[in-house]
Design a protein around this ligand. Structure first.
Ligand SMILES: [Zn+2]
Length: 295
């Protein structure tokens, strides 16, 4: 009896409040913005999933100062884009700005505040051959040359999406070192580990993690034999320390295709595969990307 009374009061209160809240809201369906991973940290990739109040023709966004291009997933009736958060991004609230155009040419916009939680990354000491921490004048010339090659390569931002579906691991092996570790080489040179290491001996075939185009396949001083694939939407993947190339620059590759053979070339403590992911100029955690279920 008593319980029934409370339910009735609650119902009446809800019925009274409901008309006021619906006056404040727009009569159209609301925008929705889904974020994966739900708990977003610095150094992570992020998948945005957006539904709009009206049927739209295009959707573009801005996130942490980067332009974001969305694709439409017809089966899920949702717009999606992969983006990232740099490791240097401070914990806090950031705005995702969205701009859409309806089929009738009407401009719609929306903002969503997204929280980035701070992640601490560990620190380790490593030993490598001396030339990698005290390079000779000749090595320094190559390092300077490589820097230009990399800057040119990393400028590539293809708005159109080449990747499709979830990303697949490049090798079937255990992980020997994670993303974001602060490393000190030979007690002198500090560098952040901006990729994910797989424990593979020399001679293991390395596969493209998703489809795209090979924009770099050459020997660099620190990276060793290095391949860079452009997956579109500003997303690049890098494969380091290879012993052999199986693809050439300019070649289109599909997910799972063998692109090279693992090795220990460049600044490596031993043979392994270093996989890195870049999104519009920042390195993001490959391990999180490999776990994401993508359309
Ligand atoms: Zn590595």
């Amino acid at each position: 009896m008593r319980e029934h009374f409370f339910h009735s009061v609650a119902f009446i209160a809800f019925a009274l409040l409901a008309p006021f809240s619906s006056v404040a809201a727009s009569p159209a369906a609301p925008w929705t913005v889904g974020i994966r991973p739900a708990r977003l940290v610095n150094g992570s990739p992020v998948l945005f999933r957006v539904t709009t109040p009206k049927s739209i023709r295009t959707l573009a966004g801005n996130w942490l100062g980067h332009d974001v291009t969305f694709s439409f997933d017809a089966s899920g009736r949702v717009w999606f884009a992969l983006a990232g958060v740099s490791q240097e991004t401070k914990p806090g609230s950031y705005r995702l700005e969205l701009h859409a155009e309806t089929r009738a040419g009407e401009a719609l916009s929306f903002e969503k505040t997204i929280t980035v939680v701070g992640q601490r990354y560990p620190r380790v000491l490593l030993k490598v051959p001396g030339r990698y921490t005290a390079p000779s004048p000749e090595d320094q010339r190559q390092i300077a040359q490589d820097k230009e090659v990399k800057a040119e390569t990393f400028k590539t931002i293809t708005p159109d999406r080449e990747w499709k579906g979830s990303f697949a691991p490049p090798v079937n092996a255990e992980i020997s070192d994670i993303f974001g570790v602060e490393r000190v080489f030979n007690g002198t040179v500090q560098s952040t580990h901006q990729g994910l290491d797989f424990r593979v001996p020399t001679g293991t075939e390395v596969a493209a993690v998703n489809s795209g185009r090979v924009i770099l396949a050459r020997a660099l001083f620190f990276e060793g034999n290095c391949i860079v694939i452009d997956h579109g939407q500003g997303l690049l993947t890098l494969y380091l320390h290879l012993s052999k190339f199986l693809v050439k620059e300019g070649e289109d590759v599909s997910k799972g295709q063998a692109i090279g053979v693992s090795g220990g070339t460049g600044r490596a403590t031993g043979p392994h595969l270093h996989l890195a992911v870049r999104w519009q100029g920042v390195y993001i955690n490959p391990q999180v990307l490999l776990k994401m279920k993508l359309p």
